[in-house]
Design a protein around this ligand. Structure first.
Ligand SMILES: *Cc1c(COP(=O)(O)O)cnc(C)c1O
Ligand code: SF4
Length: 455
């Protein structure tokens, strides 16, 4: 691996490998046959996509299989439960018919909790006639999430991705829209919204002209209530040339300049799992370019076993972010979906990693909120483990909550060293339920839209 191999004046062509191309990736030839077959099995069920830049410039092939970027992008045997693995492996070995394989794949995907945290039932808003608006999520009053249809893929897929259901081509698992009007009509009716977060997938896979079609209407005076535009992306490290090349990259900077000139805060929410991702020169140039036009960059990532479950990795990541001008923002707990059993880290360990990492950096790098679980009632932050009146407890609070009244109120869970998610915790001190349980129940009792996108 050579992080500075690329000449500053040349731009590599974008080329991706998917499950069909596993046999074509030269770097994989050095792996045992079994490991390659495992990849084929796993990528039959879960999305796989990696681009040549990541393969050639981010992965250290001498450190495989432990290399964190390899674990971040290449499918691993442990990502499927044994029973699911055996089903698919047997069908592949037998050369089963396509229909039979597809049926098994579909059943397994449905068993993997494709839309965690009430994303379909509770977050999809409705228009005046009660029809769900696919392509938007509105969970917390001030922020709307927008899923542009052309941005529902990524330059490479992360093995642990909680949005994996968006990528597997199964229409019933997709949330997206190609209609800018759905966004503007909704925002017109919701003056309480101050932030719009473009997400996916990765909106930075879109052409600048498509992005402009969604962004520019928001610069009109009638959307003066929209104060911040956030763009969630992993392109800074998976494909930094998106921000650098002389056509699309330049056009993107001009578009961002118009957003900033309209007086909006423009935040690039960079998905950064490991400090190694920040080493390539192209990534550092992309960051400098965005900062140069006045965009703000924030870093966020989940804490993932096999990839970044180590306080040194986080301390170094936050330190590096600060040096490059990125504000450390969120540390997430891996969500309860997809290959969670392979990647999950117990909550108590998430908290000790967070604390150990914070203790190794200066205050400038301690701006991270977390570890935080994006659960159905809200973003629950683990404040710590403590002993109160003789009982060992987790102290938690909501950073964001379905009811803003719940925000920042500490609450207590019985200590559980194996728990990996909010719904595995029980209230402490013999309480029957959480302070928010009754109110949350009444919110979940309204009918869900049928899982049937219109576009
Ligand atoms: C995290 C999140 C937001 C943004 O929350 P902030 O605290 O403003 O960063 C908005 N909507 C959803 C659904 C989220 O999960
Ligand atoms: S960049 Fe984000 S949306 Fe894309 S695969 Fe990774 S985690 Fe998923």
């Amino acid at each position: 691996m050579n992080a500075t191999l690329l000449d500053s004046n040349t731009f590599p062509a974008f080329e991706v490998y998917t499950a069909r191309d596993l046999e074509r990736i030269p770097q994989l030839e050095r792996l045992p046959r079994q490991a390659r077959f495992d990849m084929q099995v796993v990528s039959t069920v879960l999305p796989f996509r990696v681009n040549r830049y990541v393969v050639e410039h981010l992965i250290d092939w001498d450190a495989v299989p432990d290399d964190p970027i390899y674990q971040l992008t290449f499918p691993q045997r442990g990502m499927l439960a044994d029973e699911h693995y055996e089903t698919i492996a047997t069908l592949l070995e037998r050369g089963a018919e396509k229909a039979q394989l597809e049926e098994a794949v579909k059943r397994i995907r449905q068993a993997l909790n494709p839309h965690p945290a009430g994303q379909i039932e509770l977050n999809i808003p409705r228009d005046d006639s009660g029809e769900p608006i696919w392509g938007l999520q509105h969970k917390y009053p001030e922020t709307v999430l927008f899923f542009p249809a052309q941005g529902q893929t990524c330059h490479s897929y992360c093995t642990f991705c909680f949005r994996w259901a968006q990528f597997v081509g199964d229409k019933t698992l997709r949330i997206a829209t190609s209609q800018a009007r759905q966004l503007t009509e909704y925002l017109r009716r919701h003056p309480e919204v101050t932030d719009v977060l473009f997400t996916g997938g990765d909106p930075m896979v879109m052409k600048t002209s498509h992005l402009a079609a969604y962004l520019e209407p928001l610069l009109e005076p009638e959307f003066a209530h929209i104060r911040s535009i956030r763009i969630g992306t992993k392109a800074l490290t998976f494909w930094p040339f998106r921000f650098l090349d002389p056509d699309e990259g330049d056009a993107l900077m001009r578009l961002f300049e118009r957003v900033l000139a309209a007086g909006k805060h423009l935040a690039i929410m960079a998905h950064l799992n490991h400090w190694r991702e920040l080493e390539p020169e192209a990534t550092q140039r992309a960051i400098a370019r965005l900062r140069g036009i006045g965009a703000t960059l924030r870093g966020q990532a989940p804490l993932i076993r096999h990839i970044n479950d180590d306080p040194d990795v986080w301390a170094k990541l936050w330190q590096k972010e600060v040096e490059l001008g990125i504000i450390p923002y969120y540390m997430f707990v891996e969500r309860d979906t997809g290959a969670k059993q392979h990647f999950a880290v117990p909550l108590v360990r998430c908290w000790t990693i967070y604390r150990d990492a914070a203790s190794r950096v200066s205050g400038l790098a301690r701006t991270v909120r977390g570890p935080s679980m994006s659960a159905s009632p809200g973003k629950a932050e683990i404040l710590g483990v403590s002993t109160v009146a003789g009982e060992r407890v987790f102290v938690l609070r909501f950073l964001q909550a379905r009811d803003p009244q719940w925000t920042y109120r500490p609450f207590f869970a019985r200590y559980d060293e194996n728990a990996t998610w909010l719904d595995e915790l029980e209230p402490a001190f013999g309480e029957r339920e959480w302070f928010w349980s009754a109110a949350y129940r009444s919110m979940t009792e309204r009918p869900a839209p049928a899982v049937e996108p219109v576009n």
